[in-house]
Design a protein around this ligand. Structure first.
Ligand code: EPU
Length: 337
C-alpha cells in the first residue's frame, strides 16, 4: 500500500488529486489480503478501474484507492453456436473487444473503442451504437468487501438500466467485480441501425460489412467525434440523455421540428442531451481550463491546469440553461468523488 499517490494519471479528466492510500490489485488474493488490513478497516475506499467516468472534485481522497489490475481472458464454455468468455476485471475494454472481434465472436463489437476496463463496464452498463453491455453479459464474479466471500451476479441480479446497475445503487461500494463472463455468438446479425453507421459504411464503399469492418467503422466514427483522452481530458458523455413524457416531447417538437429523439419504455421519449446543450449555445464554449467539446456537446473537456470544481461549476451552468430553455433536467452520468 502506497501513501500520498497522485491520481492524475488514473483519471481521464486528468485532474490532480492525492490518494491518502493507494493499492494495486493483481489477483483475488491481493484483495483478500487488503480487506484484512487495519487500514482497510479504518478508512473509506474508492474502487478505481480505468478512471474514465470519474470526476475528482477535491484535492485529496481521504481513504484507500483500490486500482483493479488483474488480467486474463479465457474461454470457459464453447458449443457449436456460442461461447462464454471470462475476462478479468483489470483487462482493457477496447483491447478485449478487439480480441473478440478477431476471434469472430459476435456480441460486443458495437462497444468498440470505449475507454476503460472490463470490471467497470457492468457498473455503468456501458452502451453505444445500439448495443449495451447487458446484451452480452452472462454473469460476473464479485468479492464482498465486508465478508471476503465471492458472489456470482447473474444478468438479472445486476438490475441493469440505462447507464445503471445495482453496483451504482443498493450495493455501491460493497462489492468489487473481479471478472465478467460474456455470452458471445459465432454467428449473428450485425446491428447497423444506430445513427451514422450505415452512412459511414456506404461512404467507404462497404455494402455488406463483416464483423471486423463494423468494429473498425465504429472506431473511426468515435475517433472523429470524441476527444482522445491522451490529448484532451474528458470522461466521454458527461450527462445522460434525458427521458421525457410524450406530451412534453410533442410540445417541444412543435417548437423545434428537427429535434432528434428515440422511443423509450412506456411511451416515453429519449432526447439527446448533446442536442439540447448545443441548442442552448454551449457547443465549443471554453475558458482557460475547461470547456464543451466542439464536435460533441455532451462531452465536457479539461484542457489542463484546471480543477474538478471547474467542471462541476460548468456542468451546473449547463444544466441551468438547458432547464431554462427546454424545461428539461439533465443529470450527470459521470461519478463525482
Ligand atoms: N447531437 C447534437 N449536437 C451535439 C451532439 C449530438 O445535435 O453536439 C445530436 C446528434 O446529431 C444526434 C444525437 O444528438 O442526432 C445523438 O448524438 P450521438 O449519436 O453522438 O450520441 P449521444 O446520444 O450524444 C450516446 C452515448 C455515447 C455513445 C453514443 C453513440 C449517452 C449518455 N451517451 O451519445 O456514450 O457513444 O450515444 O451510441 O448515452 C458515454 O457514455 O460516455 C458515451 C460516449
Amino acid at each position: 500500500m502506497k501513501k500520498n499517490v497522485d491520481l492524475q494519471p488514473y483519471n481521464s479528466f486528468g485532474f490532480n488529486a492525492t490518494a491518502k492510500y493507494f493499492v494495486e490489485i493483481n489477483n483475488v488474493d491481493d484483495l483478500l489480503q487488503l480487506i484484512n488490513t487495519p487500514e482497510f478497516k479504518a478508512e473509506k475506499h474508492l474502487i478505481l478501474s480505468g478512471g474514465n467516468n470519474i470526476l475528482f472534485t477535491n484535492d485529496c481522497f481521504d481513504g484507500i484507492v483500490i486500482l483493479m489490475n488483474n488480467k486474463g481472458i479465457e474461454i470457459v464454455h464453447e458449443d457449436e453456436g456460442d461461447v462464454v468468455v471470462r475476462a478479468q476485471a483489470g483487462e482493457d475494454w477496447p483491447e478485449f473487444v478487439k480480441q473478440m472481434v478477431t476471434k469472430g465472436f459476435y456480441g460486443v463489437e458495437n462497444l468498440a473503442h470505449i475507454p476503460g476496463k472490463v470490471g467497470a463496464a457492468p457498473v455503468q452498463n456501458i452502451g453505444a451504437y445500439g448495443m449495451e453491455l447487458k446484451d452480452s453479459f452472462f454473469q460476473c464474479h464479485a468479492l464482498n468487501l465486508a465478508t471476503g466471500k465471492t458472489r456470482i451476479f447473474t444478468n438479472e441480479a445486476c438490475d441493469f438500466g440505462y447507464r445503471e446497475s445495482v453496483f451504482k445503487h443498493e450495493l455501491k461500494g460493497q462489492y468489487i467485480i473481479t471478472s465478467v463472463d460474456f455470452l458471445l455468438h459465432k454467428q449473428s446479425e450485425l446491428k447497423l441501425e444506430y445513427g451514422n453507421i450505415k452512412a459511414y459504411l456506404e461512404q467507404n464503399g462497404i455494402a455488406e460489412p463483416t464483423l471486423q469492418q463494423l468494429h473498425d467503422a465504429i472506431c473511426a466514427i468515435r475517433e472523429a467525434k470524441l476527444p482522445d483522452v491522451k490529448q484532451i481530458g474528458s470522461a466521454g458523455s458527461f450527462f445522460k440523455n434525458p427521458v421525457i413524457s410524450a406530451e412534453q416531447f410533442d410540445a417541444l417538437q412543435k417548437q423545434y421540428p428537427d429535434i432528434p429523439h428515440y422511443p423509450d419504455a412506456e411511451g416515453m421519449v429519449k432526447v439527446p442531451a448533446g442536442w439540447l446543450i448545443e441548442q442552448a449555445g454551449w457547443k465549443g464554449w471554453r475558458d482557460d481550463y475547461v470547456g464543451v467539446y466542439e464536435k460533441q456537446a455532451l462531452v465536457l473537456v479539461h484542457y489542463g491546469g484546471g480543477k474538478g470544481e471547474d467542471i462541476v461549476s460548468l456542468s451546473q451552468r449547463i444544466q441551468k440553461s438547458v432547464e431554462e430553455k427546454f424545461g428539461i433536467q439533465i443529470s450527470p452520468e459521470v461519478n463525482f468523488v
